[in-house]
Every structure is written in structure tokens, then in C-alpha cells.
Design a protein around this ligand. Structure first.
Ligand SMILES: [Zn+2]
Length: 320
């Protein structure tokens, strides 16, 4: 049954390595290769799979979004609007769900995070001067800015930790309900998400999921000016895949100018770090490299993000 469900969609190629997941047991595939105590960077694909099992219509919506994205990239002239060369400002609603005072992140910490997002999405991040010449030509200024719209603080004295199961997105479950997701980027900050002896840094929901759970979740320890988790997760929220396509060589991230890669990279690899016959773009925000070594999006990734805001795109209402 599950194979039938998964084989129906192109997206499922990306899920091929998650063969053991079931609804009650989130399979965060990225963590499978981690030793205990290492960080489990991103639970986005595991959460997608769990959500698809619960609501198969997500697959159809994501397939339509892929079709629209492809059409946008091939026929940009059709989609004349300010978003292609103009600036989109995305208001953020932070939901800070905390147990102890130290987890109740200050406004200055949240602002530092937003400043880092603005730097990364506008080619102002300091590390970009280290991008190798091979990749510098495809570095892209995404031209999207972010600002804090609202900070909602919810103290939950019972909850020592959370799972990547979206419960933090519901007031009735001890979290905080989404606010106007067609106009705002909702970011939930929770105290921690332990997983197999490590920590999940964050996860995002791709375009096409339920509006009730639309947005990004971050662990409180991974929010701030020097952390790149938010940049990575907002990339997913804008329909970017991991640069290794969540599979081996030959599995695509739907972006032509990110070279094929066999697996996530970690730490801070020295260029060239070769897999699948080419140097990996280890400094791409959609890899798992250390924060200080993540420094760029590409033109191909920008096109996918632009498509999300184009007429007919899942987040077009944000660009009006
Ligand atoms: Zn990710």
C-alpha cells in the first residue's frame, strides 16, 4: 500500500530512502547516519513523509506546485510582476514556546535572527567572499526581506521537549495556533527536539501542505545571528530541496546549477569535496555543512523561490 502511495509522485523519488517510516514512528532519515550526541540537522523530509501518509492530497498539491514551478522557470515572460526584480518583504510571526525563562528568547535575539535571514537572502552574508570561483558565478541575490510582525509568547511549564509532529502549532496541544499563513511566515521556537541522542535543529513545511501547519519550527538553541538553521528551513518553506536531493548520485534537487551530490556534507569541507564526479556545493545553505561554512543560494534555487510568489504560486498572496 505504501509503495503504491509513494510511487504515484515524482516527489517520492526523494523519499525513497525512508522505507521504514510509519505514521507513529517518524523516520527522520537524515539522523540515520548520525552518531549519538551529534546534531540531527533538519527533520523536514521526515515530517513531509508523515504528513503525506496522513493526508495523501498533499502529494497532488505538491505535484501541481512542481508543474507551476517548471512552467514559471521555462516561461518567465508570462509571469510579469514585481517579484522577479522587485523586493518582497515577508512579515514574520514568531511563536516562542518556552518552559524556562532562558528559553524565552529575547526580542534582540529574534531580531538578530531576522537580520541574518536578511543578509543571507540578499547576498550580504560575510562568508560569501569564501565561495570558490567555480560556484561564484551562480550565486544569487534572492531579494526577499523579512521583518518581525508579531511575537507571541506561550509558557508551557509541562513540556520539557517536543517532537517534530506539529503539536507546537496548536494552542490546544500546548503550542500556539498559526497566524494568517497566507500573509505571514510563522516561525515556532521550541525549547528542544531530541532525537536518537541528538537534537533536531529545525524543520519546515514545503509549499502544498496544510495552512494550519504552514511555517518553520526551530529549536531555541539554534536561533540567532550566527546560526544558519532558519535560512535553511526558510529555503524549504520556499520549496527548496536539500542539494543532494535526499538520495544518492542521480537523485535531483530539481535545480540544475547545484552539482549532483551523493549525501549531505558535514563540518567544513575543503574545496573541492568531490562526489558523483563533481565538486559538491558544500557552502550551499541547503547542505548540512557547519553554519559558518554555509554561504550561498544559486540562481536555479532563486528561480524556484520566485515561482512560489508568482501568479498561481502557493505564496502569491504574499507578493500582492
Ligand atoms: Zn533540510
Amino acid at each position: 500500500m505504501r509503495k503504491l502511495i509513494l510511487s504515484a509522485l515524482a516527489v517520492t523519488v526523494l523519499l525513497a530512502s525512508c522505507k521504514n517510516a510509519s505514521e507513529g514512528d517518524l523516520n527522520i532519515q537524515e539522523t540515520a547516519v548520525l552518531a549519538p550526541q551529534m546534531k540531527a540537522p533538519c527533520a523536514t523530509m521526515g515530517v513531509l513523509e508523515a504528513n503525506v501518509l496522513h493526508d495523501p492530497s498533499i502529494r497532488e498539491r505538491m505535484a501541481k506546485i512542481e508543474k507551476h514551478t517548471k512552467d514559471f522557470i521555462e516561461n518567465k515572460d508570462k509571469y510579469q510582476r514585481k517579484l522577479v526584480n522587485g523586493k518582497i518583504v515577508i512579515p514574520i510571526v514568531f511563536h516562542v514556546i518556552y518552559r524556562s525563562a532562558s528559553e524565552n528568547l529575547s526580542l534582540s535575539t529574534l531580531q538578530a535572527q531576522v537580520d541574518a535571514l536578511n543578509a543571507d537572502f540578499n547576498m550580504q552574508n560575510p562568508g560569501r567572499n569564501t565561495i570558490p570561483a567555480e560556484f561564484a558565478g551562480v550565486e544569487a541575490n534572492i531579494g526577499i526581506s523579512f521583518e518581525i510582525q508579531q511575537v507571541i509568547r506561550v509558557q508551557n511549564s509541562k513540556k520539557r521537549s517536543w517532537r517534530p509532529d506539529d503539536k507546537m502549532k496548536y494552542t490546544s496541544q500546548g503550542g500556539s495556533d498559526v497566524v494568517n499563513p497566507q500573509e505571514y511566515l510563522n516561525i515556532w521556537v521550541v525549547n528542544q527536539m531530541p532525537y536518537r541522542g541528538g537534537q533536531i535543529l529545525g524543520y519546515a513545511q514545503f509549499p502544498g501542505g496544510s495552512w494550519a501547519t504552514d511555517g518553520v519550527v526551530l529549536g531555541a538553541n539554534f536561533v540567532g545571528g550566527s546560526d544558519r538553521t532558519a535560512t535553511h528551513e526558510v529555503g524549504h518553506w520556499l520549496n527548496l530541496r536539500h542539494i543532494w536531493g535526499d538520495g544518492g548520485c542521480g537523485v535531483d534537487d530539481f535545480v540544475a546549477d547545484t552539482p549532483e551530490s551523493d549525501a549531505p556534507n558535514r563540518g567544513c569541507p575543503t574545496y573541492p569535496d568531490v562526489s558523483c564526479g563533481s565538486a559538491d556545493m558544500t557552502m550551499n545553505f541547503m547542505d548540512y555543512t557547519s553554519d559558518s561554512c554555509l554561504n550561498m543560494f544559486t540562481l536555479g534555487q532563486k528561480a524556484r523561490m520566485d515561482a512560489v510568489f508568482a501568479p498561481g504560486g502557493f505564496r502569491a498572496s504574499m507578493a500582492d
